[in-house]
Design a binder for this molecule. Structure first.
Ligand code: NOJ
Length: 450
């Protein structure tokens, strides 16, 4: 097999503000729901929080130099809304703007394309207090205003804008789980959660429109972790079943965005719990995007099943199925082939990016201070092989962002899982590239699987 990627394939890393920045009270940043949540006893493993994280706010120059050394061409990061608008709306905090301008200019000077995410879950606490956060479409409107600020202030130095990161994590997992897993950690009923999802979709659509209005040259997309459906085997019937499942399982997020409507079966299924919406809102949600970013870590295995009313079954993962160090990351490298393939087959998406892929490992520092994370290389290599299969078949997969540049604050798991290709010693803040950083660096430079 030819192991080379198409010319111009984009190689990068990804991070998110609350997970790496720290400096949570510096230069006028307002509190976010994740500050509140991580300081609520019992919410985060080991009582960890993002107060310091990787201290990137103070060390961004060092991190940019590191990326440059690794030879990566792109970096995806998120802007902390509460640094820009400490109260979520109204006044703009110029110090926050200055920070991101310095950061972005630093990336550009290093020859690294900035890919900016506008919402990676750190909602200003004030919007939670004033409107109940994503329970209200007021928050969607505030998001659009914030997008307008970002696009007008940074439209000259940023080309690629990602509205929202992973719908399910700040909707279902944040408002729909008993004892809440993610901030703000509420438990709504099914109808409530459907409306939260709808408000999140609306924020995306309004965000797309606001960015386009303020920065006409901008390219806009999203980074969703749609459920990736992998056929149990590659026969026509199972592939067709997985394709159908991919559209249906993502009905209330990615499908709604790409079709500008909720599929009929979804509305019927939800009955009186269905979200309340207008046709105009659906048009906004369906605003055309320039690319689809897809975060992916694991799959659901789908098999054709004539017994089932939907024609397919989601296979229950056997307890003996292999997984990486974090048990939820089952080993399903086929995802980087099937998700792009279905995006292109179902909706004709013309530009696809893997905006996150990676894994946590039980990294050990050896006597020479090295971290030889061969399991992470195994994970990455196998996902690249499937991605290469996609590009070889002409599927328009254009780039790959590895999660993550650095070990960082892994949400409810605190610092207990390390996803970085660069090790962070949280006591000294020393960065040490792991063997996987060397691997990704060489892959990026040679544009081929190694
Ligand atoms: C997806 C999220 O976007 C990111 O914030 C998280 O750290 C990784 N997955 C790993 O769980």
């Amino acid at each position: 097999m030819d192991r080379t990627f198409p010319k111009g394939f984009l190689w990068g890393t990804a991070t998110a503000s609350y997970q790496v920045e720290g400096a949570v009270t510096k230069d006028g940043r307002g509190p976010s729901i994740w500050d509140t949540y991580s300081h609520t006893p019992g919410r985060i493993k080991c009582g960890h929080n993002g107060d310091v994280a990787c201290d990137q706010y103070n060390r961004y120059r060092e991190d940019i130099a590191l990326m440059k050394k690794l030879g990566l061409r792109a970096h995806r990061f998120s802007i902390a809304w509460p640094r820009i608008m400490p109260a979520g709306r109204g006044g703009v905090n110029e110090k926050g703007i200055d920070y991101y301008r310095r950061f972005i200019e630093g990336l550009l000077d290093a020859g690294i394309e900035p890919w900016v995410t506008l919402y990676h879950w750190d909602l200003p606490q004030a919007l939670q207090d004033d409107f109940g956060g994503w329970k209200s479409s007021e928050t969607s409107r505030c998001f659009a205003d914030y997008c307008e600020v970002i696009a007008s202030r940074f439209g000259d130095i940023i080309e690629n804008f990602i509205t929202i990161n992973e719908f399910v994590c700040f909707t279902d997992w944040a408002y729909g789980v008993e004892n809440g897993e993610y901030a703000p950690g509420e438990k709504l009923d099914n109808k409530g959660i459907n409306q939260v999802r709808h408000n999140a979709l609306l924020a995306h659509g309004m965000g797309v429109q606001a960015i386009r209005a303020a920065a006409p040259e901008a390219r806009v997309g999203l980074a969703d972790n749609a459920v990736v459906c992998v056929p149990v085997m590659e026969t026509e019937e199972h592939i067709a079943a997985a394709r159908r499942a991919y559209r249906e399982k993502n009905a209330h997020f990615l499908t709604a965005v790409l079709e500008g409507r909720y599929p009929d079966f979804y509305l019927e299924e939800q009955g009186p719990d269905a979200p309340v919406f207008t046709e105009e809102e659906m048009r906004i949600i369906g605003s055309p995007v320039d690319f689809v970013g897809h975060n992916m870590y694991r799959a659901e295995h789908i098999m054709a099943d004539p017994e089932s009313s939907r024609g397919y079954t989601t296979v229950i993962t056997p307890s003996s199925y292999p997984h990486m160090y974090a048990p939820w990351i089952e080993i399903t490298p086929e995802i980087t082939y099937w998700a792009p393939r279905f995006l292109s087959e179902i909706w004709g998406v013309k530009e696809i990016y893997i905006t996150e892929n990676g894994c946590a490992c039980d990294d050990k520092v050896d006597e020479f201070g090295r971290i030889n994370d061969t399991d992470r290389i195994f994970y990455l290599r196998n996902h690249l092989i499937s991605a290469r299969r996609a590009t070889a078949e002409g599927i328009p997969l254009k780039g790959y962002f590895c999660w993550s540049l650095l070990d960082n604050f892994e949400w409810a798991d605190g610092y207990t899982y390390r996803f970085g290709i660069v090790h962070v010693d949280y006591t000294t803040q020393k960065r040490t590239p792991k063997l996987s950083a060397d691997y990704m660096s060489r892959v990026a430079r040679e544009n081929r699987i190694l």
